[in-house]
Design a protein around this ligand. Structure first.
Ligand code: SOE
Length: 400
């Protein structure tokens, strides 16, 4: 480590899918990017001691603990990385910020606007002492998505008129898929809306630079009762023979939107798009051109330039693997494509670059509160027969 580099000792809470994705990124980031700070994988935290001990070895952490409250007090930890289900984001992140730790919190920021507001307040207070915070919207870090933002920001699309976004999955189409935490409101806050709708709300606001100001929403739960996960099922079956439980979140959320730069939007987040595994699809139409993206072809961006000669017009396929494309200088020669896990390495790059430079990383907790406010408006609209529902800007709340 050069003398210029700061060492940031990371404590990560959680070791499931996001814990594994973040661990891969912490292991890799300082080996592929030159940054003002170096991450040290100090401690991983989880409730089950045998599982977190195994995860520490498998994922490359120096130590483990089963007590996050002890973790945030340790003098040998500088950063808390929150990779838990949404029902513990606020409690852990606020306590860590108050203990003077930089915080990276997985999306969505919280399970409610109230929790998100409290997290923003803690982040704003901590910032006065140079303590930084970021919400982990990794799809901003897909090189093709970052290129989309560059093209729009540089005016290549002209005036943005249409935002069209869908996040399509199908992992719970089978009614026998068990009632996991993502299907329980008290754990996840919402269903497809918060889990995957949050991504396309953040992504489209990021690439267009516009914020959603109003929505008309519709949600649906197609399968309303599911088998309990094996452990719980065993107990329930013994108790009263009912080894099933109610799904308390949306399976699909759709909404219309207006954005503050004049664009109109259509959004769809569903876990019932049979055959679509992780299709984050975005198309932006402007007065001078369009861009279109599908995460299932994440190294490609379709670009339509209306200023091209009529005889040459058509969507071109940009292979986003040149070294001067966003993030790509760290990787391989052109055409040697990258994957989902690289977006987390890019996320840690941006986090370490900011924190190591004494700057605030983005997206901030305020940016994430904005996403939370949109989702809350979609839910309220859906409860009121898809009534048009305004979205107050998060920044106004913070400034107030
Ligand atoms: C499940 O829908 C999930 O793992 C999301 O929680 C992630 O944010 C997304 O990147 C992949 O799908």
């Amino acid at each position: 480590m050069s003398t210029m580099e700061k060492e940031l000792r990371v404590g990560m809470v959680g070791y499931a899918f996001m814990g594994a994705a973040h661990s891969q990124a912490w292991r890799t980031v300082n080996r592929v990017y030159d940054l003002p700070a170096r991450a040290r994988m100090s401690v991983i935290c989880g409730r089950d001691e045998s599982k977190v001990a195994e995860a520490a070895t498998r994922l490359g952490w120096e130590a483990y603990t089963t007590d996050w409250r002890e973790l945030i007090t340790r003098d040998d930890v500088d950063v808390i990385d929150v990779c838990t289900p949404g029902d513990s984001h606020a409690e852990i992140a606020i306590a860590a910020l108050e203990a003077g730790k930089h915080v990276l919190c997985e999306k969505p920021l919280a399970n409610s606007v109230e929790e998100a507001r409290a997290m923003v307040a803690a982040a704003v207070q901590a910032q006065t002492a140079g303590v930084r915070s970021m919400c982990g919207f990794n799809y901003r870090r897909v090189p093709a998505v970052a290129l989309m933002r560059q093209l729009i920001e540089s005016g290549r699309l002209g005036v943005v008129r249409h935002v069209r976004a869908a996040y399509l999955q199908d992992w719970i189409v089978d009614p026998q898929f068990p009632l996991v935490w993502r299907l329980q409101r008290d754990k996840a806050g919402s269903g497809a809306l918060g889990d995957i709708g949050a991504h396309i709300i953040d992504l489209t606001q990021f690439v267009t630079g516009q914020q959603i100001t109003g929505v008309s929403g519709l949600t649906e739960t197609f399968v309303k009762e599911r088998p309990l996960p094996s452990a719980a099922a065993g107990l329930a079956a013994l108790a009263d023979g009912s080894a099933t439980g109610p799904v308390t979140v949306d399976d699909a959320a759709l909404f219309l939107a207006r954005l503050d730069g004049g664009a109109v939007g259509t959004y769809e987040a569903t876990r019932f798009a049979t055959g679509r595994k992780n299709a984050v699809r975005v198309e932006i139409n402007g007065s001078l051109g369009s861009v279109a993206f599908d995460f299932e072809r994440m190294n490609e961006l379709e670009f339509y330039d209306a200023s091209a000669p009529g005889t040459e017009q058509g969507f071109t396929r940009i292979l986003v693997t040149e070294s001067d494309h966003p993030y790509m200088s760290a990787w391989w020669p052109p055409g040697h494509i990258i994957g989902y896990e690289h977006t987390f390495t890019h996320e840690m790059r941006d986090f370490l670059d900011a924190v190591g430079s004494g700057a605030d990383p983005t997206p901030s907790f305020v940016d994430a509160l904005q996403v939370q406010l949109v989702m809350d408006a979609v839910t309220r609209s859906a409860e009121q027969g898809s009534a048009w529902t305004e979205v107050a800007p998060a920044l106004a709340e913070v400034a107030a």
